[in-house]
Design a protein around this ligand. Structure first.
Ligand code: CA
Ligand code: CA
Ligand code: CA
Ligand code: CA
Length: 287
């Protein structure tokens, strides 16, 4: 089923609009409160600045980096794209959340929905039923909110197992691609903290199903870099990574190449890449 509106077409006129997050922007006298600056189609003069000071947006401006991540889809399927904005306070005591600001004929409205979880935002329609789902990648958890709309915020949250931080060189990569070949996007999460004690590596996978995102399962861990491409030419996307060195966790990665082949049931347990998949075949720049 087709989505009723293109992402980022907030006023439903068929022209894509722009929403640029400015998490460091001052709002009134509050520094680092953050805004999202929205411009419509080709009309650069029609501009809207959304912040926690905007009508309908819950909370009030604080140093909470409103607009650190934005995503868009027509969540309530009324023909107008809606805007999801993350709010991630720098300091304890303020709750991180995600606000969906609904679109309308004149652009973004004061109708909003608050989801009490924040992070990097992405959209996928896991059931491929035209009802978009919101994926949120936080610092310690990630979550999927199936078709969020007023009176209906149902999400599953999962531990990342590690805190995303520069200190531990945490590298979390989220792939919302169809690995099973059924046309529905699936989810693969490759998660590495190379400098932690002990280092942490995890690969998780969940299948997009007719009822939304399926159960999350863990696959044998690997290290980055990882890439998504069809290495065996069966038409299904595969995940490529390097093996983590379990025997010598404090040493450098073994460099051995692993391939998680895409199959109708999802990504399979990794196999060491045989000679048939030379490294030169893997385009790491295509991430
Ligand atoms: Ca538009
Ligand atoms: Ca909408
Ligand atoms: Ca799929
Ligand atoms: Ca394949």
């Amino acid at each position: 089923m087709k989505w009723r509106a293109w992402a980022f077409d907030f006023n439903g006129d068929g022209l894509r609009d722009q929403a640029v997050g400015k998490p460091e922007a001052k709002v009134g006298t509050v520094p680092y409160a953050g805004t999202v600056v929205v411009t419509y189609g080709r009309n650069k003069r029609k501009k809207q600045v959304i912040s926690r000071a905007s009508k309908g947006v819950p909370g009030k401006p604080g140093a909470d980096a409103f607009g650190g991540s934005v995503a868009s889809a027509d969540f309530d399927r009324d023909g107008f794209a809606d805007l999801a904005v993350s709010v991630r306070p720098e300091w304890d005591g303020f709750s991180p959340d995600t606000v969906i600001v609904y679109g309308g004929r004149k652009g973004l409205t004061s109708r909003t929905l608050r989801i009490l979880f924040a992070g990097d935002l992405a959209v996928a329609d896991f059931a491929k039923d035209g009802r978009p789902d919101l994926v949120v990648l936080g610092d310690e958890e990630w979550g999927v909110f199936q078709n969020p709309r007023r009176g209906h915020v149902r999400g599953a949250r999962h531990e990342l197992g590690v805190t995303r931080s520069l200190e531990f060189h945490t590298d979390v990569r989220l792939y919302l691609k169809d690995f099973s070949g059924d046309g529905r996007p699936d989810l693969a999460l490759v998660n590495n903290a190379s400098e932690g004690v002990p280092p942490f590596h995890a690969v998780r996978f969940a299948l997009g199903t007719a009822r939304g995102l399926g159960a999350v399962r863990s696959l044998a861990a690997a290290e980055n870099p990882s890439a998504v491409r069809d290495v065996n030419g069966d038409g299904r996307r595969d995940l490529v990574a390097t093996r983590s060195s379990d025997d010598a966790p404090y040493g450098p990665p073994s460099g051995e190449l692993l391939v998680y082949l895409g199959a109708p049931t999802g990504l399979k347990a990794p196999v060491t890449a045989p000679g048939a998949f030379p490294l030169a075949d893997v385009d790491f720049s295509a991430l």
